[in-house]
Each structure stands twice: as C-alpha cells, then as structure tokens.
Design a protein around this ligand. Structure first.
Ligand code: 3H9
Length: 655
C-alpha cells in the first residue's frame, strides 16, 4: 500500500483497514504546527474514507511524542491548536489507539490520554513534565489524567513532572498493556474495538479519593516547589477536575496554561532547558570521536570516590577502585555496597541490578590492576604533591590511550598534568558531593587536553546521566570561584550591618534551599579557613578582608560537626547564637563601621551582583563559554533556584 502524506511530518499507510499514522518530526517528534495540521488531515481522511475502520498513532524513531514544540513558545499561536486536535481525537467516531514506542511527554502524553486505547512498548514512558518548564499541561492533561488514574496519582505525576515507565503506567491505569511490538498490538486493538462503544477518557467519572490522602499528596508537591507557581496551579486544577464538568475544567486549564506560559518563571525554566541542551556542545569538538570507555579506574574510595564508583557502576561501567591497603580496599567496597543497598531500599535499583553492579566492581590495593582501565578518575586528598605523585605513577601504569582525570576542586590541573609524560590525556572531572546524587560535573579543559580526551570526558559524564559543563583552568573553576565571590560579599554585608540569619532568610525567600551561612556550617568552615591561611602571605593588604570567619574557626566553631559555627545547633536545630553576633559587632567596631539595616531585596541584589560580576569575568577570561553554562553550575551545584533561571539570566531580566 503506498504511503499517504498528510503534512511534512505526518504520513500513514493502510494496514487492512487500519490507518497507521506515523509522526516523524526529528529530533523528538514534538507537536509542531505541521504535526498538528497533519494529524487533522489524517482524521479528515479517515472520516470520509469508508475503508478505514480506525487509526493507530505512533512516532518515528525513539520517541513517541516529546510534547508541544517548545521552540514555538513565545510566538503567535498557529491553528489547529493542540486542544483542538485532542478534542477531535477523543470524539472521533472510529477507534484511535496509540502505539507508544518511546517517550510520551507533555502534549504527547495528552494525545495518548485522548486516544481510545493505549499500548505501551517496552521502552515507552509517560509523563507530564510541564511544571519543570514553569507551565502546566495545556491540552487536557490536568482533567483527563485524574479520570484515568485517580486524583492522588495525578497530583503526584503532574505536580512533580515525574515520568513513569511502561510497567508503572499499566499499574496506574495510564496504559492498557505492555507489548513487545506495540504497533502490531495497536493494530489488533483497533480491529477489536471497531464497531463497539469506545472508552472516551473525558466521559469517565473521576474515581472518588480519600480527602486526607489528596491533601497529603498536595502538601508533598507544595513542599518541594516552594516559590514556584506552576506546581501549585497544576494541583489546583487536578482537584478542580472532580468538581467541574470536562468543558469547564478544560477552559480553566487553558486559561491558566496561557497565563503561566507568559510568566517569568516559565521564561526562566525554558532558558534552563535550552542551556542544558547547549552545555554538552563544544564547537571545537565537531566531528571529534570520543575514545571508547568501558572500564573506569577510581583512585580513592572515600565519600567522593565511592559516589563516583556507584554512579559508574549503575550506568553499566566496569570499575576498578584502588586504595592504599587491602583493609582500605575492603572498607571501600563496603561503602560502595552500602550506597547500592540504599538505592535498592528506595527502589531506585533492583536486587539483581545491585548484584550486577557488584559483579562489575573490583576493589584492590594493587595499583597495576589499573592497567585495564580506559579512564582513571582520582578522588584522593586535595593536595598538589599527593596528586602529582599519583599522576606520575599512573602515567607509568595505564595503557597509552587511557585517559587520566583529576577531581580536584581548587588545585591547578595543569600542574597535575605536567607530572605526566603525556599531558594531552589529562582532563579535570570536578564532581560534586555526593557524587552518586549530584548531577553537575565541571569538565575542565586543561591547557594541553587533547580534543578527543575532552570529547570522551563529556561522553562519560553524559552516560552517567549527569550534566557536564565545560570550563577552563582557574582557581575554583566556575562554581567555586563564583561561590567565593558571593561568600566574600555576604561577609562584607555582615560587617556593614546584616546578620547571618538575615542574609540566609533573604536567600531562602528568594528560593535557595539554604542560605550561605547555613551551607557553610553544613560543609564545615575548616577548608576555606585553610585556604585563607594559605593565601594570607600573598593577599593585597589594601584589599578588604573580613576576619569574622577566622575568629569563629579559632574558637573551634567549625560548623555543624562541632555543634557550632555561624549558628548554634542545640538539639540539631539551627539557632541564632549571641556569641556570633558579638563577634560580628566586635569586628565592625574594630573597623569603625557604623552598622546599617538591610532589606531582603538589598541583600539579594548585592549577592546577585557579586555572582554576575564574577560570571562576567569568567566569560571575559574564556573560562566559561556561555552565560547559560554559569547559570547551570549555580543551579545544579549551589542551590540557585532554577525558576529564577540562574544568576546571569536573573540579572539580565531583573529578577
Ligand atoms: C507541553 O507539551 C505543553 C502541553 O501540555 C500543552 C500544549 C498546548 N520541543 O533532550 P535531548 C530538542 S510542554 C522542541 O538532548 P534526549 C532539544 O532542544 C513540553 N524541541 O534528547 C534538543 O535539540 P538540539 C513538554 C525539543 O533523547 C533535541 O530535541 N515536554 C523538545 O536525551 C534533543 O533533546 C517536555 O518537557 C520539545 N518539546 O531526550 C519534554 N524536546 O539537538 C522535553 C526536546 O537542537 N524533552 N527538544 O539541542 C525531553 O525531556 C527530552 O528531550 C526527551 C528526549 C526525553 C524527549
């Protein structure tokens, strides 16, 4: 049967009376205008073509439909709109079954909800991730999903934006069945349903739900989305679905969707979305192939090393973890197994998955075992002589094509590379702790790093499911350099009149999960103290220097682990400590500073300016490639609220 074409991206073939419609709109089969018009044209054809008994909708490639075309946001709306397409699908007189061959996200998931049956392929996933873009489902998702899976599960999925795989989708009632060949199963389903009454999601009565459970689901969503509008609005609409008829519910949803689409929150989150996609792309690497990495060596199995090991193991790598003694190697294995156990307990890993990870793990005190590694990541004590000595040794052990990566956070990776005979194979991989949880990795392009080594490091980080941001060599790289800058500014404000809890409260109200002084207490004050002492000899005496942190450290206040730092922690609770206030007042008096009061807005303005000035310097020095990269580092490594878009975006848009 010849192919029928309904638009540049929508075509179909007739399979014995079933019109099999395929959306082919690379890269993710998003619902661009020509997809929507193509679907309408296919439906028009199916209405008049007597030989057509029903339709199957599927996507070409790995995705079913990745959602509305985000690139169309901010442009004038082109008809047919997605709600029009979806309304037509749901009310269509002949059966329409979707064969979900991959991700059905956002508007893609809403298309499935409107179909009369949903067949999931084994790699299918379903999700309404709109809140992650600062919007909510705008084509019926908030009204149809609760009709299919009940309000509690709908609040969870829509409020968090979490996607579910095929098995969970069936368990929830979001998909009918999982099939190895979803297309064949969907064609069979159309034949089965033809001529029978169709199950239209919009007509289903919403299952009754326990009011307390609904409130609990709502509270959970609101707790994790402080300061954002979209999740709260999404929950409101799901709850409203139980009170309104479909038409009223859809009208309310559409109005809210349009309002949020034009919001600052959505603009910021869309910026983050595209910045993430841009981050992995490095112009000079076009056409460069990465080296093959299957076995990863990790030197050091402390908190950082074991986290990196878990990340590599759970993403399919073989891992050789090196320690100095057999006992330390055994302890390292125990730590890694412990993290995997926790993943099993929280159902992020199956027991078989854990066993497979441990079977791929070799812990050893024999350095020459690393000869089998394609990439070695060191995660040892951050000391230059320790690291250079290690790299000298590794250079003599690993294969000539193997890559050596340092996880230093403050040392000069070029100096570490210089200890090897071939510095072109050295790259920086700055993981954040805990490395099995944190997404961000600064990939440091050192002076002599070969292009294919950089490309390999990027591919490795992506396979770990993490977010790589490439940067050049500078003390502290992008993140810690900016952190140092706004930490300095925060301490200036202490001298000028603000107190730690006022600065932290302003940051938390802005959207940071924790203010800077609370963060310092959690991380411990001693590392920065050691660094200040190291830099003391070369510090410009004319430069403004705040001594308050030094005084706290000298008094043994090193943060939470000593029970006291910028705050006191009686019973573990963060509390204002009059001793700290007294130390701050003494420091002001010593410099004859007359304290003044600060509004929360002034505090944020000054911190933001410090971040942006340092960010601009990093761009000017060529250390960071794009403002968006800086935003991603601050969002994913330092708690900057994603819904403000990162410091560079926020400053540019006066947030
Ligand atoms: C929505 O649907 C609203 C509706 O409720 C209401 C409407 C009325 N549009 O991530 P990747 C591009 S809101 C346009 O690396 P992967 C992306 O920029 C939407 N472009 O691939 C990149 O381009 P480039 C709700 C999109 O295989 C390329 O595709 N949907 C879209 O790792 C590859 O992206 C979402 O939020 C899009 N919707 O993952 C889903 N999506 O090559 C967002 C991607 O030029 N998308 N691109 O840099 C995803 O989660 C992932 O892309 C996906 C594939 C899982 C689909």
């Amino acid at each position: 049967m010849p192919e029928m074409r309904f638009s540049e991206s929508v075509s179909a073939r007739l399979d014995d009376g079933v019109l099999v419609v395929v959306i082919d709109n690379p890269p993710v089969d998003a619902l661009s205008a020509h997809v929507r018009s193509g679907l309408i044209a296919a439906l028009d054809h199916a209405t008049v073509a007597k030989e057509v008994t029903g339709l199957v909708i599927s996507g070409a490639g790995r995705t079913f439909i990745g959602g509305a075309d985000i690139k169309e946001f901010g442009k004038p709306m082109v008809e047919p709109t997605l709600p029009q397409v979806i309304d037509r699908i749901e009310s269509f007189e002949k059966p329409i079954i979707c064969a979900v061959n991959g991700a059905a996200l956002g508007g893609g998931c809403e298309v499935t909800l409107a179909c009369h049956g949903r067949i999931a392929g084994e790699t299918a996933s379903f999700g309404l991730p709109e809140v992650k873009l600062g919007i909510l489902p705008g084509a019926g998702g908030t009204q149809r999903l609760p009709r299919l899976i009940g309000p509690i599960a709908a609040i969870d999925l829509i409020g968090t934006g979490r996607a579910v795989k095929a098995g969970e989708a069936v368990a929830l009632g979001l998909a009918d069945v999982v099939a190895a060949d979803p297309l064949a199963a969907a064609i069979a389903a159309v034949r089965e349903y033809a001529g029978r009454p169709l199950r239209r999601t919009g007509s289903i009565e919403i299952p009754a739900a326990d009011a307390a459970a609904v409130s609990a689901a709502e509270a959970k969503v609101l707790a994790r989305s402080r300061g954002q509008m979209a999740p709260a609005e999404a929950v409101r609409l799901v709850k409203a679905a139980s009170q309104l008829d479909l038409e009223q519910g859809l009208a309310e949803e559409r109005a809210t969707f349009l309002r949020l689409r034009d919001s600052e929150e959505s603009a910021a989150l869309r910026h983050v979305f595209f910045a993430e996609r841009a981050a992995g792309k490095v112009e000079k690497l076009a056409g460069v192939s990465p080296r093959r990495i299957e076995t990863v060596g990790i030197v050091g199995t402390g908190l950082m090393g074991s986290g990196i090991a878990v990340s590599a193991l759970t993403n399919g790598y073989r891992v050789i973890a090196l320690e100095q003694t057999q006992e330390a190697a055994a302890a390292g294995r125990g730590r890694i197994a412990g993290i995997l156990d926790k993943a099993v307990q929280s159902r992020r890993l199956t027991t078989e998955g854990r066993e497979a990870c441990l079977a791929r793990l070799d812990t050893t005190a024999e350095a020459k075992t690393l000869a089998a590694a394609d990439l070695v990541v060191e995660a040892v004590f951050d000391d230059l002589s320790v690291k250079t000595e290690l790299f000298r040794r590794l250079d003599g052990i690993v294969a000539p094509g193997a890559i050596l990566a340092t996880n230093t956070s403050y040392l000069d990776p070029d100096a570490i590379a210089a200890a090897t005979a071939d510095p072109s194979r050295v790259v920086g991989l700055h993981f954040f702790s805990p490395a099995n949880v944190m997404r961000l990795v600064e990939v440091v392009d050192c002076a002599k790093t070969a292009p294919d080594v950089l490309a390999s490091a990027l591919a490795f980080v992506k396979r770990l499911g993490k977010l790589p941001v490439v940067c050049g060599v500078t003390e502290g790289f992008v993140g810690n350099r900016i952190f140092s800058a706004y930490r300095r500014e925060a301490e200036f404000m202490l001298e000028d009149g603000a107190l730690p809890h006022e600065i932290d409260a302003a940051m938390e109200a802005y959207g940071f999960p924790m203010g800077i002084f609370a963060v310092n207490d959690m991380a411990g004050l001693e590392i920065a103290w050691a660094r200040r002492k190291r830099l003391a000899a070369t510090r410009d005496p004319a430069e403004r220097y705040v001594e308050i942190a030094d005084r706290l450290c000298e008094a043994g206040r090193l943060g939470r682990k000593t029970g006291r730092g910028w705050y006191a922690y009686p019973d573990g609770e963060r509390t204002i400590d009059p001793a700290v206030t007294a130390a701050i007042e003494a420091a002001r008096a010593a410099k004859n500073i007359v304290p003044r009061t600060f509004t929360a807005e002034e505090i944020i303005d000054r911190l933001l300016k410090a971040m942006v000035d340092e960010g601009a310097a990093l761009l000017a020095e060529g250390i960071a490639a794009r403002p968006g990269d800086i935003d991603l580092v601050m969002i994913n490594g330092y708690g900057f609220p994603a819904h403000k878009g990162g410091p560079m975006f926020a400053a540019e848009h006066n947030r």
